[in-house]
Design a binder for this molecule. Structure first.
Ligand SMILES: [Mg+2]
Length: 410
């Protein structure tokens, strides 16, 4: 038998004395060398994913109406889409273009890494609403790319479906009542009566097994809301939405003490950091993150996990194009605690007919099926979008005023 021992690497042999010496500088080199070999074999060393050659190569943005459509292109011919909404589109557009400098040339499937890179890049503006809305569009587009790359719906990448269908509103079985206006700092009996009548009418419409929700829209003064909540007890309201203006947890705590109906909020809260106080103070029963406002699919999923640990279900806020709607539905499809999902597919302000398209169908119970795939499962008519974006676009800042000329929440 041939002796190959000469070719074998020499195994280091250490006696007891040597071992003691290994604590000293002489053996330090050996320890480092061994560590280097181990590191090379470790899965962690493969974090760059050398097997994947996909890279981000381009960005296109289209401003149409209240939305900036974002397309991220790759060297594999796969592109992902997202939308920026809930901000001045002129600002959203340039901010996405600016953020693109941080992700250009990167592997688009490193979604969490790229999210952190954008979030923590500029220490002074981290977490601000406008930054997070722009980042959400990019995050959603990256998930779209990942789903298309692996030919699977996004919810499969989020752990797989936790349900077979998604309960949505508005349907014949679920209605949300708006606050019917803005209010002075104290409502009148006539104001309360108007809201009570609308809630009663909604209950009659959906019947005893349906869902009635009331959206206070941060417009009803706390004292009036407490009176209203007592008056609507007989109509079994699923939740009161936005009972207060986000930003002061003490108002939510005060309302939670006085109101027996479940309270919901979250559409204007960004990232896990802004929902922690509601959960920690136990002053909210339902969380309503908006995928496009809270930092995209990555953050919405984290918010759902945080809420789950407090046994708080999600009722996601969702006014967006089919891109934003689909993104939110994919999260809803993959989380354990979902109450109901806001769903306005015909919202022409966002869903300009023919620009984005997603297959969906309501069933007899007021549910829709899981969102399609691969990726978000949304088709975009880019030539049409490009054509629409060439038309003059306008943005007007919203706002509300009380009778005395002072500024109101709405
Ligand atoms: Mg709302």
């Amino acid at each position: 038998m041939p002796d190959h021992s000469a070719n074998r690497p020499e195994s280091p042999r250490l006696g007891r004395r040597d071992l003691f010496h290994s604590l000293g500088a002489a053996a330090a080199g050996f320890a480092i060398a061994n560590h280097a070999v181990a590191a090379q074999d470790a899965a962690g060393a493969q974090v760059v994913d050398r097997s994947s050659s996909i890279r981000i190569t381009g960005l296109k943005t289209y401003w149409v109406g209240p939305v900036v459509y974002v397309k991220i292109e790759t060297n594999h011919g796969i592109a992902g889409w997202g939308d920026v909404k809930g901000t001045d589109p002129r600002v959203g557009k340039v901010l996405v273009e600016s953020l693109f400098e941080l992700i250009d040339g990167e592997n688009p499937t490193r979604i969490e890494h790229l999210w952190q890179k954008m979030f923590r890049a500029h220490r002074d503006i981290r977490g601000g609403a406008i930054l997070i809305h722009a980042m959400a569009a990019i995050d959603i587009a990256l998930w779209d790319i990942a789903g298309k790359l692996w030919n699977t719906p996004v919810y499969r990448l989020l752990g797989g479906p936790t349900r077979d269908r998604i309960r949505v509103y508005h349907t014949p079985q679920a209605q949300k009542v708006p606050p019917h206006g803005i209010y002075e700092h104290s409502g009148t009996p006539a104001d309360i009566d108007r809201m009570v009548k609308a809630i009663k009418a909604a209950r009659e419409k959906v019947g005893p097994t349906g869902a009635v929700m009331f959206d206070a829209h941060s417009a009803v003064p706390p004292a009036t809301l407490i009176q209203l909540a007592a008056a609507i007890q007989p109509y079994d309201v699923l939740f009161i939405e936005e009972p207060g203006v986000p930003g002061n947890i003490e108002i939510f705590k005060r309302l939670k003490e006085k109101i027996d109906i479940p309270l919901a909020t979250g559409e204007r809260d960004r990232t896990i950091y802004e929902v922690i106080p509601y959960l920690h103070e136990r002053c909210i029963d339902v969380l309503q993150p908006d995928c496009c406002h809270t930092g995209g699919i990555s953050q919405m999923r984290k918010i759902a996990i945080l809420a789950e640990s407090y046994y708080v279900p999600l009722a996601p806020h969702c006014t967006a194009t089919f891109l934003g709607i689909a993104a939110s539905l994919h999260v809803a499809a993959s989380i354990p605690l979902l109450l109901i999902h806001e769903f306005y597919p015909q919202n022409a302000g966002f869903n300009l007919p023919g620009v984005t398209r997603m297959e969906f169908a309501y069933d007899a119970d007021g549910y829709i099926g899981l969102p399609p795939g691969p990726g978000l499962g949304v088709e975009v008519d880019e030539p049409r979008l490009a054509e629409e974006s060439k038309k003059p676009q306008k943005y007007k800042w919203p706002g509300a005023t009380l009778k005395d000329g002072s500024v109101a929440d709405y």
